[in-house]
Structures are given as C-alpha cells and as structure tokens.
Design a protein around this ligand. Structure first.
Ligand code: ADP
Ligand code: MG
Length: 310
C-alpha cells in the first residue's frame, strides 16, 4: 500500500485486560506498535464511559441521576450506544434489553450466588425500556437503569477499526474477549481464520472455524460466565421476562456481520429469542448470518452462513 513502510511478515500486537476481558489488537500489514497500543488504549477510554459497575463511569452517573444533557464527546458516545441498544431492543421484541440493569446486578458470577426470587421480581418492575428517551441533546431514563454489557464490545471494536483505517492500517484483527472484528484480509489474499469454541469443550476445543475478511464475528454463549448450583446451570444471559438465565436449548449464537455492534446486539438478542425466531430475524436481514450451537452440540446455520465455514 502507498506509504506503508512495514516490512513483509512483521506484525504489531498490543493487549490488555479491559471491559472485564482479555483484549488484543494485531496489525498484519501497514501500521506501527504505537498504533496498536493506541487501539488497545481506546478500550480504557470507552470502559470509563460504559462500565455501569464503575461508579465514576459516565453511564453510572447517568443511572444515578436518571437524566443527562449531552455535552461532551463521552456523553455523545453514551447516548449513541443507548440509542443503538434501544433500536435493537425493538427489533428483537426486547429480547435484547439494555434496561435489565436492576436484574443483571443481582447476579454475581464471581461469588456464584443465586439471588432471591423476590429481589429479581422487584428488579423487573423497573425495566421499561420503551420509556427511555434519547435525543441529540438529552437522555431521560424515566426510572430505568442501563447495562450496556451486551453491546459495548461491538461498539468499541467498530470505533477501533475506524481509527485503524484512518491510520492506514489495511490488515488487522481486533479481539475484544472473543468479539472479533477483522480489518481487510490477512495477507496474500488469505482470509482470517476465526475459530469458535465448542461450549464446555476440553481445553480450546473448536466447534467450527470461519474464513472471514473485513467482517465481524461475535459469539455469545452460556459457557462464558456461569456456575452450577444444585445441578442447575446459571449463566449470564438473562431472559428479560423472568430475570433468570435464559433456558431455551441454546448453548451459543455466533453472528457474522459487517459492523461489530450489530453482531453484539443481535448475538445476545438472538440467544434470548431462541432458535426459530432468531433464524427468521436473521434471514430477514441483509448480509448478516448466524450460527447456533444447541445443547446437543448440533450446529444450525441461517441462510448462507455455512459458506463461511472452512
Ligand atoms: P459477553 O459479554 O460474554 O460477550 P453478551 O454480549 O451476550 O456476552 O452480554 C451479556 C451481558 O449483557 C451480561 O453479562 C449482562 O450484563 C447483560 N445482559 C444479560 N442478559 C441481557 C439481555 N437479555 N439483554 C441485554 N443485556 C443483557
Ligand atoms: Mg452481545
């Protein structure tokens, strides 16, 4: 590429622990170590906006006060992602429900405790996403508390890709805890090979791998954050109707899409919708594909998805 001084075969990698997960950015073609580092630093910037569990984040302050005037760049990013989350909420009958904050905080996958039923029930009373108002200048929660955990990594991956492309990077992988976004092709007309984990598999057992260029691959699965209590599996994707982990025969959903925020929103949404409704939704959308793994390890493809398997 014009202006690209990177010797052939040289890669630049930066990594860190942000957004409650391991993140890594690798540049294969043009670029520099400085660009890779800055890409990873962007995770820290956005974590300080979107992590509602951190009291000093922009989102925690919004949840606390209930409304916000959009004044800074950080506020704009927050209002933007809330608006995207609400939009995908509507498209998935609120299977993706960013107003589930009062219920998600009840679940603790580190100390492995099952919350009281009464606590979950009262938490759900304050989940009314259709009452949240977002405009260019204001956000009004009207009693809701927002959790952007299901959508933030996709949004941030897209922002990192924008930055890399601006810097002339033509080949890269952005990996935010398994939320993958590719920039261009790997090199020499080869696609990136993205492996999707076998749920509950031994070690890093692979369920299937995909050949991808320039697209995003996002997986949501029950095996990412879970514990067993009295032989019941409790995991981190909640059914908004009950406030309990979604129990519908799915183990994971993988979405292939151009934008990673679409993949992240749809992944969680489709997981909660269940196989039949999710396949219908994905098949109605252009250039978005889904691959499901059910609790018998069967792999099910939306129209055209199997073509990515390699
Ligand atoms: P991961 O963060 O492991 O990639 P997801 O994108 O599926 O997985 O997001 C799961 C997170 O989103 C949960 O940890 C919780 O904070 C929040 N969440 C759980 N259930 C829902 C839901 N139905 N709608 C929106 N957010 C949810
Ligand atoms: Mg998600």
């Amino acid at each position: 590429m014009w202006g690209c001084k990177t010797p052939k075969g040289v890669t630049y990698t930066a990594s860190g622990f942000y957004l409650d997960t391991f993140v890594e950015v690798t540049l294969y073609g043009c670029g520099s170590q400085k660009i890779a580092n800055k890409a990873v630093d962007m995770c820290k910037y956005y974590q300080n906006i979107f992590n509602f569990r951190d009291e000093s984040s922009t989102l925690a302050k919004l949840n606390q006060s209930g409304s916000m005037r959009v004044a800074t760049e950080e506020d704009e990013a927050l209002a933007g992602l809330v608006s995207i989350g609400l939009d995908y909420g509507k498209r998935t009958d609120y299977s993706l429900n960013i107003a589930l904050g009062p219920a998600t905080v009840q679940w603790d996958f580190i100390n492995k405790t099952v919350p009281d039923k009464s606590e979950i029930e009262s938490a759900l009373k304050n989940v009314t996403p259709d009452k949240i108002l977002v405009s260019n200048s204001r956000v009004e929660l009207n009693g809701n508390k927002i959790d952007l955990g299901a959508v933030a990594k996709g949004y941030i991956a897209d922002k990192i890709k924008e930055y890399l492309v601006e810097e002339g990077v033509d080949s890269a992988i952005i990996n935010l805890g398994g939320n993958i976004l590719c920039v261009g092709q790997k090199t020499d007309n080869k696609k990136f090979k993205i492996a999707v984990q076998q749920p509950f598999g031994r070690g890093n057992e692979v369920a299937f791998s995909l050949g991808i260029d320039d697209m995003s691959v996002v997986t949501s699965g029950v095996y990412e954050r879970y514990f067993y209590r009295d032989d019941i599996l409790y995991h981190h994707i909640l059914d908004p109707d009950t406030g309990y982990p979604c129990d519908n025969g799915l183990w994971s959903v993988t979405i292939i899409s151009s934008k990673s925020v679409d993949g992240d929103c749809l992944c969680t949404g489709c997981f909660v919708m269940g196989l039949d409704r999710a396949v219908k939704l994905i098949d109605s959308m252009e250039d978005v594909y889904a691959i499901f793994i059910d609790d018998n390890s069967n792999i099910i493809y939306s129209a055209g998805a199997e073509a990515f398997v390699n």
